[in-house]
Design a protein around this ligand. Structure first.
Ligand SMILES: Cc1ncc(C[n+]2csc(CCOP(=O)(O)OP(=O)(O)O)c2C)c(N)n1
Ligand SMILES: [Mg+2]
Length: 572
């Protein structure tokens, strides 16, 4: 290497240090030659305690890991890759980030423009690959060592971080030989005081100006994925009923109505409804979009509270108003509010009381009850019992991640109110990248670096002592099995990957097509599988537990010393 630093490294250092100064803490690298300057600078930033670095072989996993880190931390996370198909592997996570408004920054290394379109090795149109899926794309020519390149790179990094407030951003940088040179952070000026922790984080739920609403009209609030606690507060302040999906982060409080599907179909409810508010992205029922259309056609006000960066939720184009935020003025009249919400909240309590797995007549005598309970503990685990146990085991300092599966629908149907943080990739509801996303959530939750005090003066994050649980089906588990891999020497978080193994995609069994039972249904829809979940877990160095009896489930879900797969066989 020459004594003069390579222009590639000068620009890589300027970009990445500027990212950290703008609030980025998490860097994820997948290996490659063209991206070496970026990767080596990232390693040096980690060594100096200026960022956390995770390394993943598979770019799809790297990108979903960054997605999970960004979702949980609310800060942009950066994923760094080389050129060619590596960039295409980022696409699923970029799409999910686009449709759920997550600040994901993808930084791809490229050959210079002069080598594109002439059959050069590993060269394609990177901006074209991700172009339709990012909120901004930047294409930067190869650094040549001209004065001012580092300053321009720093300004660009700040622009990229700002743009990521609305969703995924692509920064494509060309590099020519020499592709890197040695670089130590000590060569640079020290970071500005307080940086990077004092830098503004990009907030996923920034509260821009919105409308003011008064209690009075009989109101229902629907909370979809990403709605967050604000939806519950607004429902309470308005004296409204709250229909909160299990992945909304708003499924709690006195206004909550768990069996919301049935209530939405109830004529008495529909006749009474005067105003409907929607927070987040409802995806788990047909009833929510149906209600939007029905309420609007019956003359009710339908207000959607926008989520930054994502398409406005507008089933049947029926929504009457879109707003950025809601502020409630005044307090509801207690009697009027109770007469509106009372019947539905009572119906919810009755539903929860009777929807227990244990039939009520077994409580007849203590002996009978005891016998029944013993028998129940020895029975296999039902889907219902599994989702219930995972929900019960999770507390506010924990995190729950839920995959796209029949299990998330079961969870949404039955679990009671509980104020716990839940994540799910409901932007596009893919079964890809689920393990990687959950590992990202766990790492951000447990934030070891903050506890080691490397980033001076920072208090441990709220979830520091908790466990992340992922509830996932067998096919989604197999789809992202590579997500079980950790980079060498990296932090292994407390994460339980709970696999409901019904040996195929039984979500499709709930469709009309399954009832007809056409020839070939199992082969092409259910897609049966018999892989060894234990073998895969152990191959990646994870602990493994298998739970066959209900009585063993709760203990298996409460203990977690490190990455653990819990397999729960389920009947189809
Ligand atoms: C990337 C992607 N491919 C396909 C689908 C369609 N899909 C939705 S759920 C599912 C099967 C899930 O099976 P499993 O994970 O075993 O969960 P189960 O429904 O059996 O509980 C499939 C293939 C999808 N959502 N995303
Ligand atoms: Mg399955």
């Amino acid at each position: 290497m020459s004594a003069r630093p390579a222009p590639a490294t000068v620009v890589a250092a300027a970009l990445l240090t500027a990212f950290t100064e703008a609030g980025v803490r998490e860097l994820v690298v997948a290996p490659g030659s063209r991206s070496q300057a970026l990767a080596l600078v990232a390693a040096e930033l980690e060594r100096a305690g200026r960022a956390r670095l995770r390394v993943r072989l598979d770019e799809r996993d790297a990108a979903f890991l960054a997605l999970g880190l960004a979702k949980e931390s609310g800060r942009p996370a950066v994923v760094i890759t080389t050129s060619g198909t590596a960039v295409a592997n980022l696409h699923p996570a970029v799409l999910e980030a686009r449709h759920s408004g997550v600040p994901l920054i993808v930084l791809t290394a490229d050959r210079p423009a002069s080598l594109r379109g002439i059959g050069s090795n590993q060269t394609t149109d990177h901006l074209g690959v991700l172009g339709g899926s990012v909120v901004r794309g930047f294409d930067v020519g190869a650094p040549t060592g001209e004065p001012g390149e580092a300053e321009a790179a720093r300004a660009l990094a700040a622009e990229v971080v700002a743009a990521s407030a609305a969703g995924p951003v692509h920064l494509n940088v060309a590099f020519t030989e020499p592709l890197s040179s040695a670089w130590r952070i000590d060569d640079e000026a020290p970071p500005p005081a307080g940086s990077p922790t004092d830098a503004p984080a990009v907030s996923l739920d920034a509260a821009p100006a919105g409308i003011e609403l008064a209690p009075g009209p009989r109101t229902a609030v629907i909370a979809g994925s990403g709605a967050g606690e604000r939806a519950e507060a607004v429902a309470r302040e308005l004296g409204a009923v709250l229909f909160a999906e299990a992945t909304s982060g708003a499924r709690f409080g006195p206004q909550l109505v768990v069996p919301y599907r049935a209530v939405i179909r109830d004529e008495a409810f529909l006749d009474g409804l005067e105003r409907l508010l929607v927070f987040g992205h409802p995806t788990l029922s047909r009833e929510a979009p149906w209600l939007v259309e029905r309420a609007a056609s019956a003359g009710a006000e339908v207000i959607v509270v926008r989520s930054p960066g994502v398409d406005d939720y507008n089933p049947g184009h029926a929504v009457t108003a879109f707003v950025d935020a809601v502020r409630v003025l005044g307090t509801p009249d207690d009697r009027a509010a109770r007469s509106w919400t009372g019947p539905w909240v009572s119906a919810s309590r009755a539903f929860l009381a009777t929807s227990d797995d244990v039939p009520s007549d077994v409580h007849a005598t203590p002996r009978a009850k005891e016998r029944h309970e013993l028998a129940a503990l020895r029975t296999g685990v039902s889907r219902r019992a599994l989702v219930d146990a995972v929900w019960r085991a999770t507390w506010p300092h924990d995190r729950l991640v839920v995959a796209a599966s029949r299990l998330v629908r079961e969870l949404d149907r039955v679990v009671p109110g509980k104020r716990i943080p839940v994540h799910a990739n409901r932007g596009l509801a893919g079964i890809d990248g689920t393990i990687s996303t959950a590992v990202g959530v766990a790492l951000a939750q447990q934030d070891d670096l903050a506890r080691q005090d490397v980033l001076a003066g920072e208090a441990p994050p709220p979830g520091a002592g908790g466990i992340t649980r992922l509830l996932v089906g067998d096919l989604a588990f197999l789809h992202d099995v590579g997500g079980l891999a950790f980079g060498e020497g990296e932090t292994r978080p407390r994460i339980l990957v709970v696999v409901g193994n019904d040996r195929g995609g039984t979500i499709f069994d709930e469709l009309e097509v399954a009832e007809a039972g056409p020839a070939g249904y199992d082969r092409v829809m259910l897609t049966p599988q018999t892989a060894s979940i234990e073998g895969l877990a152990r191959a990646y160095g994870w602990d493994y537990r298998r739970v066959e009896q209900l009585g063993d489930l709760a203990p298996a879900l409460s203990a977690c010393a490190g990455p653990t797969v819990v397999e729960v066989p389920l009947a189809r």
